[in-house]
Each structure stands twice: as C-alpha cells, then as structure tokens.
Design a protein around this ligand. Sequence first.
Ligand SMILES: [Zn+2]
Length: 251
Amino acid sequence: MDRIWVRFLSFILCGALVGCASFKPDSTLPLSVVPSPNADERRPSLVVIHYTSNDDAAHSLKTLTSPERRVSAHYLISRAGALYQMVPESRRAWHAGQAYWAGITDVNSASIGIELDNNGAEPYDDAQLATLQALLHDLRVRYRIPAANFVGHSDVAPGRKIDPGAYFPWQQLATSGFGLWCTSAAETTEPVPISMPVMLTLLGYDPRLPDASREAFRLHYLSDGHGGLSDDDALAQRMAYCLLKQKIGQE
Ligand SMILES: [Zn+2]
C-alpha cells in the first residue's frame, strides 16, 4: 500500500481509538508510523540488590549520578530508610555489569537495581530494611516478579561481586516472598539425587561458573544474616534441593 494511504488509514483509525497516540519512530529509516493500542510498558522481571560499600548515602548518590563514573541504579536506600530514585524503571540502569541469571545475559535490561547504603562489614539498619520491604512489595505488585527473581549482585555476578554480603537478611525477606528459602533443609536427611552444579543452574546461577556459583550460593543461603557463613557442603546440597522443589512448585 502507498505510504500516503497508510498514513491516512492510521489517522482515521487513531481518531476512533482511545490511547492510540502517534509517536516518533525509533529508526531513522524511511517508514510509516501506524500506532497500535495493544501494547504497554516493558516489564522488568528481576530485582538485583546491592550494597554501596560506602559510609554515607550522599557520597553514593554523587557516584551513582556522575557522568564520569558510568554506574547507576534505579534506587538507593539510605541507612535511615530514605528512598532515592535515580533512573526511571522504564530505563536500563548500569548496575549489574557482566552478569547472568536464569538464561538472561543482559541483566541490566531485565532488572531493577537497588543500592543499599552499607559498607559490607556491618548489619543493615531496620529502617533501611523496612523501606526495602515496602519497595520490593511495590515492585512485585506492579511487575508480578516471582520470588526466585529477587536476587543479590553476588548471585548474578559470581566470583566478581559479593554484595549484598553475609549481613543481608535473606531469610527474613523470604518470609515475605522476596527470594526463596527453606527452613527444613537443616533437619532433613533425605538423599539429594541431583548434582550441585545442575541444581545451581536450575536455580538460575551461571552454568559456566560452577565453582564461583557454589560460593555465591553459600553466601546467600548459608549465611546467618549476621556475618557468619557455614561451610557445610551437605547442608548446601540439601538447601539447593529443597529450594529447587520450592521453585518448581511455584512455577
Ligand atoms: Zn553491586
């Protein structure tokens, strides 16, 4: 069809449809815009939690907004629980770097990044965690993000990153459905029929980095939330198997 006719048809159709506004084309190639009302905003499917490794939020805000530093996140939460947004959720923030989760290789494109003001060697403040819980709840309601997709930077960049670290209370967050957890893993003596690398891959970890993924898993699931970390391999296997069953049950 001639381009003039396509434009005319689009003008007539859009006049009759609500929410069918014209838009500026993304490509510079010659084309005709024929808007469709059958679309919405792209949806993030993953939330990645970080610590700033800093001692004050003002300093982190400066870094995360500096053109020279080329790093950002969608949100920053101060120790006192103040919430800052630096990048709209519809845009790709630069927080994950080289990363992988559950087949996703461009983690920045698929995720919301949240920075917590914490230096990595101290407990997280209650006020900060309360704001985080509220923000995670808000994101889950708006994007329907599954429990297994609330992860740490260490989970998506094993061997390269360790935040949000061994002080992060994953177990506490999981009771609200942010991230998976198994309280029964310590008690059960059931044999684990699947190898650890296979379980880690099925949980979302990068299959190209089995050893680093095992360490990242330990940091997330074998930490006590107070800086302590267990090196019990049998417990790690029972935990992974229990989490896998839980994840499959939720899918
Ligand atoms: Zn990070």
